[in-house]
Design a protein. Structure first.
Lengths: 128, 379
């Protein structure tokens, strides 16, 4: 149940505020001021309605495991999962801080942050 | 609108050819298809070449080897749907009256990557977070098992059926049968998939000669008509995603059935995208062969075996025949055309009249899949 090493990440021009938030331990979603929908990963144009009136919004960081698998045929086995956040969007992430045999669909999880190779904070999820 | 027919098909056996170039994989398939059609190279008016990872000018590299040059060549990348997308371009050109006789090529050399899972585009958010094709299908499987009570043995039964079909296909990469116990006991790759529930990687090539219906009879007495040629792309789903139903295939299947004027009950033989065991079960449901959650029971009934109501993957499918990504769609067409001609020997679906091919793929954030191309054929 060790962690998957996270490669060096290069933030795009729109990602700076997002990584600034993860450095503070906050997960940001993107909200559309026209249609009111949230989306993830954040992008400048709302994927629901094409509006450019979008803004970051804080997630509670809580969610539920929608599905998961343990990737075994890699240098460091890891648990990949889709987590449905309480706010609605489903995000791909990894489940950490938990023995593989204790991970289940429907389990409640909370966001935690792990360092990439170049020190950026990346959201992952742990039971709780 | 004019109709299009397939009059020639050819392929090389899928497998590992590390010492052959992409061009040398491709040209023997083209020669086989031309001979099958009874068409001379000079009669080909245009070519469409699908490859996902073959690099620039794949079509010209292949055709240059046999002197089939100076015609319009269009190279097409659409992940696992590359050569089925190429077929659609060919069919559209014939239907539109732009060309009477065209060539489709699918070619791929995966051994150049040294094995393992398909390299995905690393600029994608989900790929950077550890997504791979086995991981994506594995999460579909886990959720499907959770919602519908399917078991590990239900999934493994797909591999048993398709590997048994591959025994009778000289073009298949895996030609040995496997038992349920062997599938379940093979090495764990990504829960719930063991090794024998993942398609092998390898190299391959396939080619198809497509012509206008009006000229088909000059070349063969048994042309196979293209009655649906569908392409769609995934819908971005930024919110909740239901991984137990492949939305892109559900939509594509409805479009293809409408275009062809047939329904699920009319299909005799289907080559569908069984990259992993769960996929074939999901696609039984997506193509309307059974209701939601009923796929394992349909498989167990024998309805999708050779000789059943609709033979799924009589070639052995991706699980046995192999999956050289860009070549897969064209190779599916090779099998269905041979089935409709009655040329398949021990793996022949009796009296097959209507056949279907389905190639879908591409792992990107927020999509079920990036691309999906479905064709329906009739004799
Ligand atoms: Zn919007």
């Amino acid at each position: 149940m060790s962690d998957r090493p996270i490669c060096e990440l290069t933030p795009g021009p729109d990602d700076e505020p997002w990584f600034a938030a993860t450095a503070r331990g906050v997960l940001l979603l993107r909200h559309c001021d026209d249609c009111g929908e949230l989306h993830f990963p954040p992008r400048p144009i709302c994927p629901h309605c094409f509006s450019d009136r979008t803004a970051f919004r804080e997630s509670s960081g809580s969610g539920t495991i929608y599905s998961f698998s343990i990737l075994r045929r890699v240098a460091v086995p890891y648990c990949i999962a889709y987590v449905t956040l309480d706010e609605g969007p489903t995000m791909l992430s990894n489940i950490v801080d938990c023995p593989f045999d204790r991970i289940a669909i429907g389990q409640r999880v909370r966001v935690v942050f792990r360092d990439s190779a170049n020190g950026l904070k990346v959201p992952m999820f742990a039971p709780g | 609108m004019r109709g299009a027919s397939v009059i020639g098909v050819g392929m090389i056996p899928f497998g590992k050819y590390p010492d052959r170039t992409l061009a040398d994989l491709g040209w023997p398939a083209v020669v086989a298809a031309l001979k099958d059609a009874g068409v001379a190279p000079g009669q080909i008016e245009a070519a469409y070449c699908g490859t996902a990872l073959g690099g620039m000018m794949a079509g010209q590299r292949v055709l240059g080897r046999i002197g089939l040059t100076g015609i319009p060549v269009t190279n097409i990348e659409n992940a696992c749907s590359s050569s089925s997308t190429a077929l659609r371009q060919a069919v559209m050109a014939v239907r539109a009256g732009v060309h009477d006789m065209v060539l489709v090529i699918g070619v791929e050399k995966l051994t150049k990557f040294g094995g393992g899972t398909l390299p995905l585009e690393e600029e994608d958010w989900e790929v950077r977070h550890g997504l791979s094709m086995p991981a994506l299908y594995a999460m579909r499987a886990q959720r499907y098992m959770h919602e519908f009570g399917a078991t590990a043995a239900d999934l493994a039964a797909v591999s048993v059926k398709n590997r048994a079909n591959g025994v009778h296909n000289p073009d298949a990469q895996m030609r040995s049968a496997v038992s349920l116990e062997e599938v379940l006991a093979s090495r764990m790759i990504a829960e719930p998939f063991t090794l024998l529930q993942c398609c092998p990687t390898g190299d391959g090539a396939a080619a198809i000669v497509v012509c206008a219906d009006a000229v088909a009879a000059r070349f063969r007495s048994d042309p196979v008509r293209v009655i649906a040629s569908d392409l769609t792309s995934g819908r971005f789903m930024p919110g909740f995603r239901d991984m137990t139903t492949p939305e892109i295939t559900v939509r594509g299947a409805a479009e293809a059935y409408e275009e062809a004027g047939v329904g699920p009950g009319d299909i005799d033989v289907a080559e569908i995208h069984d990259a992993f065991s769960i996929a074939e079960l999901l696609y039984y449901e997506a193509f309307g062969m059974c209701g939601r959650g009923e796929a394992a029971a349909l498989l167990a009934s024998g309805a999708t075996a050779i000789g059943g109501r609709v033979a799924f993957n009589p070639s052995g499918g991706l699980l046995a025949k192999g999956h050289p990504v860009g070549a897969t769609g064209a190779a599916q067409v090779v099998e269905v055309v041979r089935q409709l001609r009655g040329q398949c020997g021990a793996r022949q679906q009796p009296d097959a009249k209507v056949g279907l091919t389905h190639a879908t793929g591409g792992g990107i954030s927020g999509f079920d899949h990036g691309a999906c191309s479905i064709h329906i054929f009739a004799r």
